[in-house]
Design a protein around this ligand. Structure first.
Ligand code: GLN
Length: 312
């Protein structure tokens, strides 16, 4: 497979589809982004990186942060994690509140907003081991984890996006408060939301994200540094959750069309992995109705079809 030619072809074919859909406007700072942007990057387990389009432009990773925070929380508490969050697709929107009351404050999975807020709460309880405590220390621990995964110390928060999301975060505040009432948020609700908004507001490029995801393609070990990030078993489980829940109520659609474990965010980014081979990241800000990048999904569908790299 000629990966560079594949990415170049996709970047050309995708042009008529750019701007179809809507940028996330419930976070005002994200509504400013040009909906016609497109970038794609692949990093292979051998360390080769291939780029097309705006692959070096930073964007808001939003819910893509949730695969990394799930990794961190699982390392802190192991199997106990499943006492506080489920691992079933929700069939509802990423920010839905309806199931939470019926299911006693236990979110369906770690990738919908409610589940991700619980994961953030777990991290807030466990880190840092030393140094700065509280919300600031936890935010630093999360961004440091991403800097290590991407091997790039320049990764940081977009504070304007974090502020904007906080100012309009009524729905996430409702989810967090309801879970607190059920006893499923341990730390101060405002602190947990502050950390959650900041993790979502981390800015990265397609190149950095594809590099950062590589451990999921290599049984939990970073293939370029040799560092064990998570056990092979845990990496396999997180990949399964990406496949079944990574695109909210469009997870089935993504599995049918792309057939790879993946995670999307309302900034328009999507990451996916091809086991034993590579990680791919794509970005285009206009979203479909389920809040996933329209052109990004289509680009990954083309990528899987062209390379034959679906896991099925
Ligand atoms: N920060 C966003 C929110 O909480 C993340 C949602 C997403 O990317 N799907 O609404």
């Amino acid at each position: 497979v000629n990966l560079q030619a594949t990415l170049d072809d996709i970047a050309g074919e995708i042009v008529p589809h750019l701007g179809v859909g809507k940028v996330a406007d419930y976070i005002p700072a994200l509504a400013q982004v040009d909906p016609h942007k497109f970038g794609i990057a692949v990093t292979t387990v051998e360390g080769e990186s291939l780029l097309a389009g705006a692959a070096d432009e930073r964007f808001s990773i939003q819910s893509i942060s949730k695969v990394f925070t799930l990794t961190m929380a699982a390392e802190f508490v192991g199997q106990d994690l499943w006492q506080r969050v489920g691992r079933e697709p929700s069939g509802s929107a990423f920010n839905s509140i309806v199931q939470l009351e019926y299911e006693h404050g236990i979110p369906r999975n770690p990738f919908i907003n409610a589940g991700a807020v619980v994961i953030t709460d777990i991290i807030a309880s466990h880190c840092p081991a030393g140094g700065v405590k509280g919300a600031q220390g936890t935010k630093t621990a999360i961004v440091d984890f991403l800097r290590q995964r991407a091997d790039d110390a320049a990764i940081d928060f977009d504070l304007e996006v974090a502020r904007s999301e906080k100012a309009w975060g009524y729905r996430n505040a409702a989810l967090a408060n309801l879970m607190k009432a059920f006893g499923n948020i341990v730390n101060d609700v405002d602190d947990v939301l502050d950390i959650y908004f900041h993790q979502c507001a981390i800015e990265m490029t397609c190149r950095q994200l594809s590099r950062a995801m590589l451990y999921f393609a290599n049984d939990g070990t970073d293939p370029l540094t040799g560092q064990l990030v998570v056990s092979a078993e845990r990496a396999r489980r997180i990949n399964s959750i990406m496949l079944t829940c990574g695109h909210y109520d469009a997870s089935g659609d993504f599995a049918v069309r792309v057939g790879l474990p993946g995670k999307s965010g309302v900034g328009g980014g999507i990451v996916a992995i091809v086991p034993q081979r590579l990680a791919v990241a794509v970005w285009s800000p206009a979203l479909n109705e389920q809040g996933n990048s329209h052109a990004g999904t289509l680009a990954l569908e083309k990528f899987a079809a062209r390379t034959g790299y679906s896991i099925f």
